[in-house]
Write a protein that binds this ligand. Structure first.
Ligand SMILES: *Cc1c(COP(=O)(O)O)cnc(C)c1O
Length: 396
């Protein structure tokens, strides 16, 4: 698709904006009348935060969610004006920055709420907050009774607006829904006492797919937007994978029987062999656990990874694809011809989940955004360097 050789290192991720838009519409329809807060934390699950955020909003997302102040700042710097919620635990020192960014903030302590209130008052603003209720994930949030008390304490602070109340489920993807329903009941017991809070949101991807009746005013999917199903779930629901990871063959080497490949020679040619060099390694997000286990696609055929995955390069056995040539496209994740390597297949070979594979795709990999088959934009690594960085004003 992309680059002929000469474009730079021939390794790139293609992000299919049509599939992304399809997934937004599908999840939104499934969540009934709920508004959609699209989760774009962790560089949009590795897909490229800015290109993805713009496309999500065009496709009908109503708001965006990230985990930390820095992620909200990146979106604002990129010109995103839509509502943003910072969902994670926030240090109180971030308050002035969050107010400046107009990024709604999850709060689970009076200290953070007061820091936001002061920062907002100083600027003559009213800052939106969402109260996080911990109903059993036992991660971030306040237990129901304390969440209720915090909401009531914040209600009358003029520089704050309690805009939302939310919780996060511990096991929404599991077939047994008892825990999810118990968490939902706990949440609703608090929500019922706060009828003046306008927005309640609890539904991640698994909830939207399996229990859409819990979507309330707003749903909060991440993974499904990117076309993956939560671990263990499968659906007839028709999500479309968004990301492909591709490269080009950079060397083809003939080996005699007995010659070893890559560090430690953990693979030796059992016969005369043709080995292909792929410019993608574990620094790019190809797990080292795929050494001698994983697959790639060349000329529409599966070729096995041989030897250890290195930091920047990996070798594949091309012996049964004699027509393979230098510069051929290699699919690491995605489709080629009739074959496909899904994120889930790769994840299960590595004993992990699709989330970890996706957000592990490294910063050296340019993200190429495609719409209607044409390149719409590219996000590339942008390292910045500050000589003796000033402590941000917010942290003083
Ligand atoms: C990551 C995250 C989500 C999105 O979950 P998915 O399973 O990817 O849909 C929603 N809410 C919170 C609080 C999260 O941290």
């Amino acid at each position: 698709m992309l680059p002929e050789m000469g474009w730079g290192r021939p390794l790139w991720a293609e992000v299919d904006l049509d599939a992304l838009a399809h997934n937004v519409r599908l999840l939104k329809a499934r969540a009934g009348g709920a508004r959609l807060m699209a989760v774009v934390k962790a560089n949009a699950y590795g897909h490229g935060a800015l290109g993805v955020a713009r496309a999500l909003l065009r496709a009908g997302a109503d708001a965006l969610a990230v985990v930390c102040t820095e992620e909200a700042a990146e979106l604002r710097r990129g010109g995103i004006e839509a509502p943003i919620l910072v969902m994670g635990p926030t240090p109180p020192e971030d308050a002035p920055t969050l107010v400046e960014l107009e990024a709604a903030t999850a709060v689970a302590s009076l200290e953070v709420a007061q820091a936001l209130a002061q920062a907002a008052a100083r600027r003559g603003r009213v800052h939106p907050v969402h109260i996080k209720v911990d109903t059993g994930l036992n991660r971030f949030g306040l237990p129901p009774g304390e969440a209720l008390a915090l909401a009531q304490a914040l209600r009358h602070i003029p520089s704050l607006r309690v805009e939302g109340l939310f919780t996060h489920f511990a096991a929404a993807e599991e077939g047994d829904k008892d825990l999810t329903l118990a968490q939902f009941r706990e949440f609703m017991a608090v929500a019922r006492q706060l009828p003046w809070v306008p927005v309640r949101h609890v539904a991640n991807t698994a909830t939207i797919l399996d229990m859409p009746e819990l979507a309330l005013e707003m749903a909060r999917p991440g993974l499904g937007l990117y076309g993956c199903y939560p671990p263990g779930m499968r659906g007839p629901q028709g999500l479309r994978p968004v990301l492909s990871l591709k490269a080009r063959l950079m060397r083809i080497l003939e080996l005699a029987p007995g010659q070893g490949v890559s560090y430690g020679h953990t693979w030796r040619a059992p016969r005369p062999s043709r080995i292909g060099l792929v410019p993608c390694g574990y620094a790019d997000g190809l797990p080292r656990a795929l050494s001698n286990r994983g697959w790639m696609l060349v000329r529409g055929r599966r070729v096995p990874i041989v030897g250890r995955v290195c930091m920047d390069m990996t070798m594949v056995d091309l012996t049964h694809v004699p027509e393979a040539r230098l510069g051929d496209e290699v699919v690491i994740i995605g489709r080629q011809g009739e074959e496909e390597i899904s994120v889930d297949e790769m994840a299960s070979l590595c004993d992990t989940i699709s989330y970890e594979i996706l957000c592990g795709i490294g910063p050296r990999v340019p993200r190429v955004f495609l719409q209607g088959g044409a390149v719409k934009g590219v996000e590339r690594m942008a390292n910045t360097w500050e000589e003796t960085p000033a402590r941000p004003e917010a942290r003083r």
